[in-house]
Write a protein that binds this ligand. Structure first.
Ligand SMILES: CNc1nc2cc(C(N)=O)ccc2[nH]1
Length: 379
């Protein structure tokens, strides 16, 4: 989070563009979010394996919390009773929460979808829950989220055009209900509309235009990174971006690899979230300037070099690959912790470099040089 005078309102400032790439900042009562931004995922009130001071030192201005998980454990009302998510997990920067809809559909059981919302049974204890646009906003408000998401329906790809159309239109009706329910929330918070439409350009354009007419403070592009090839995802971003207001932030949900981030920034995306850096860290996969390094591989067993001796992150600079390989082979938790820390730092540095390159009008060169580094590999 950048040291700045907290705003008492939510706003977006576009500082520079380079082609379709943009850099700027989102102002919130809890501080600024420099964009393009990568949001570490703090699923159940923790960015798995890291302390929040490490998350901040890595350069993160904002973290994501998952409404589905937090409503089940410890419960939204309980988090509110304990002072809200910022106090609960001791993170004083902005927090973005999702609506819960995506994880209801991917994690819960016995789901029933209707115009009213979705009913489901918890994957934790089988308890019955109802999630409507109004209840999702209520839960996100109880958590104290600075940026909230409308409830939507995200269809897996590939799907039929009819299925994509049905889910997109339902999501538009839920967008209106979510925005109306949000009106009772404290000043300074924001709710984003979510563009749906599967891989059907006409549906994506209709969704983006309808949400733009509703005048949301920000816009998410959903329904992607759900099994489609990267070129389909990028094509949908190119289709949608021209129909979103340039003076509002664009957030691509659930994305992605370092390459996904660079290519999506080039097409006008400002914000990202993904479990990739921490989930990969738990699976011994490090993302570095030299590309991916799988520390399970025996070739690291006697390599005294760190992952990146030029990094200012201790996890990248101070620990030998041999040591990381040893921890991984012994299934020691410190292995997952150090590689997750390294990955979160790498993602933040990737975005910091993108912001500087866009401001200097050299984003295409930045992408090319970054990819050359990955291709050169681990010398
Ligand atoms: C990991 N991929 C991913 N796609 C997503 C889409 C949505 C959405 N609401 O369409 C939410 C979370 C998502 N995560």
């Amino acid at each position: 989070m950048t040291p700045d005078t907290p705003a008492d309102t939510f706003s977006f400032t576009l500082s520079a563009t380079d082609g379709a790439a943009r850099t700027g900042y989102v102002s919130t009562p809890r501080g600024r979010i420099r964009t393009p931004a990568f949001m570490p995922v703090g699923t159940v009130a923790t960015v798995k394996g890291l302390y929040f001071d490490q998350v901040r030192a890595a350069g993160a201005d904002i973290v994501l919390g998952n409404t589905y998980h937090l409503m089940l454990r410890p419960g939204a009302e309980r988090v509110a009773k304990l002072g809200g998510l910022h106090t609960f997990m001791r993170w004083d920067g902005p927090i973005l929460t999702d609506s819960g809809g995506f994880q209801v559909m991917s994690l819960s059981s016995l789901r029933k979808m209707s115009e009213q919302g979705v009913t489901f049974r918890s994957h934790v204890d089988g308890a019955y829950h109802e999630m409507s646009p109004e209840r999702s906003v209520e839960i996100q408000g109880l958590l104290g989220a600075d940026i909230q998401m409308q409830l939507d329906e995200c269809v897996r790809l590939p799907c039929t055009d009819e299925e994509a159309e049905r889910a997109m239109r339902l999501s538009l009706r839920w967008a209106e209900r979510s925005k109306r329910a949000f009106e009772t929330q404290p000043k300074g918070r924001a709710i984003f509309g979510i563009v749906q439409g599967g891989a059907v350009p006409a549906l994506r354009v209709e969704s983006a235009r309808a949400l733009a007419d509703m005048d949301f403070p920000g816009y998410s592009i959903g329904g992607l990174a759900v099994g489609e090839p990267q070129e389909v995802m990028l094509a949908m971003i190119e289709t949608v971006a021209p129909h979103l207001p340039t003076n509002k932030p664009r957030y691509l949900m659930g994305v992605g690899t370092p390459d996904d981030l660079l290519e999506s920034v080039a097409r006008g995306i400002d914000m990202f979230d993904c479990v990739m850096p921490t989930r990969s860290g738990r699976h011994a996969l490090a993302f570095t300037r030299f590309g991916r390094i799988n520390l399970k591989n025996a070739r690291h067993a006697e390599d005294p070099r760190p992952l990146d001796e030029e990094s200012d992150c201790p996890a990248l600079r101070d620990y030998s690959r041999a040591y990381l390989h040893h921890l991984v082979r012994c299934e020691e938790m410190l292995g997952a912790m150090l590689i997750s820390w390294a990955n979160i730092h790498y993602y933040q540095q990737l975005m910091a470099g993108a912001r500087a390159a866009i401001a200097a009008g050299r984003y295409a060169d930045y992408v090319a040089q970054t990819k050359e580094g990955w291709a050169r590999g681990d010398l």
